[in-house]
Design a protein around this ligand. Structure first.
Ligand code: TRP
Ligand code: SF4
Length: 336
């Protein structure tokens, strides 16, 4: 039996950080390695433009950065098809067809879109663009063009998958049973807090550790992480539960080390500087293979381009087949 396609992707608006790593990338590599699926990853440059239309250079640059991040964490182009969204015109065509099947009110009610619009006041002001409001329609095209059955996503993306399912049902009820209805698979990954303790790690917040950060950058950032504010002198009793260094020790250090960190912190026998140095060492060690692989691709941009070109070519063939079926169903196959 043919393996089910799974579809994931990211907007190329910045390099990927350890929040992405723990939140989704690890899971994608796991799914890839299980051998049970046929995974596709899209670099969603068209979607990135919906809120960065005034910054095409940023999107262009980050397409390759994100591709290198994927490759360096172990996304294997022989097992996973990596492609660039804007180079699949069928996805744009589908978006136009689907736009008849969604009301403006429904898009305005989409919780993910609503939250994002609220966060992006500086771009949109009081009035959002047609393109941004409609990006869930384009995302439905991303998924259905590849007959994506499973979509591993974080919780914030669930309303987008629900919206896609509605579009699929509507399409199939009008034009016939053509589209595959996708299912969201919640990636078990966790959301990683920022160095400053913010719930979210993000570029705009300046609190992220990137997969591409050098050893020096990692050390510097770890040194700046927020610790228990009540600890001023080394022998003050500390509370690791409110310290970001302890939080990251839980992600990067061994069980014994974590135990020691917490015990010594609470007893006031641990210095924060030493504690941070130990964390930085472990983090540097854990991210080393990723950093090395990334350095390889940075030195071989032609290989990255080749992978993207080949993945995109393969993806295009799949999208073309879906488009043929869609046009037939919609009676747009005039000269067949
Ligand atoms: N919306 C996703 C994000 O912001 C990116 C994305 C675009 C995507 N198309 C997709 C994710 C299709 C899963 C499936 O990161
Ligand atoms: Fe945080 Fe470590 Fe300092 Fe405790 S000793 S407050 S865990 S940095």
């Amino acid at each position: 039996m043919e393996k089910k396609r799974i579809l994931t992707g990211d907007r190329p608006t910045g390099k990927l950080h350890i929040g992405h790593y723990f939140g989704s990338l690890k899971k994608r590599v796991e799914l890839q390695e299980s051998g049970e699926y046929n995974p596709y990853i899209l670099i969603a440059d068209v979607q990135a433009l919906t809120d960065n239309f005034n910054n095409p250079e940023k999107v262009r640059k980050n397409v390759r950065e994100v591709a290198m991040d994927y490759l360096s964490v172990g996304i294997d182009p022989n097992k996973t098809t990596i492609y660039i969204q804007s180079m699949i015109p069928e996805v744009a065509e589908l978006t136009v067809f689907y736009s008849n099947l969604v009301t403006i009110a429904r898009l305005e009610r989409n919780p993910t879109v609503k939250t994002e619009i609220a966060q992006k006041r500086e771009i949109f002001g009081e009035s959002v663009t047609y393109g941004f409001l409609g990006y869930p329609v384009s995302q439905a095209a991303d998924i259905t063009a590849f007959e994506g059955k499973f979509v591993p996503v974080g919780e914030d993306q669930l309303p987008l998958i629900e919206q896609c399912r509605e579009i699929v049902r509507k399409f199939n009820s009008i034009y016939g049973d053509v589209l595959v209805e996708p299912e969201a698979v919640l990636s078990s990954g966790k959301r990683i807090k920022g160095l400053d303790g913010n719930e979210k790690m993000g570029k705009s917040l300046g609190n992220a550790i990137y997969l591409s950060d050098s050893e020096e950058e990692i050390s510097k950032k770890v040194m700046s992480a927020v610790t228990d504010p009540n600890r001023i002198k080394k022998d003050d009793l500390g509370n690791p539960d409110i310290c970001m260094v302890a939080y990251y020790h839980h992600l990067f250090s061994s069980k014994e080390e974590i135990k020691t960190v917490c015990e010594e912190c609470k007893a006031g026998t641990r210095g924060c500087v030493a504690c941070k140095k130990q964390l930085a060492k472990n983090m540097i060690e854990e991210l080393k293979p990723i950093r090395e692989k990334r350095a390889y691709y940075e030195a071989h941009p032609e290989e990255v381009d080749k992978i993207l070109m080949e993945g995109t070519k393969k993806a295009r063939e799949v999208a073309k087949q879906t488009m043929k079926k869609v046009k037939q169903a919609m009676k747009l196959n005039y000269f067949e």
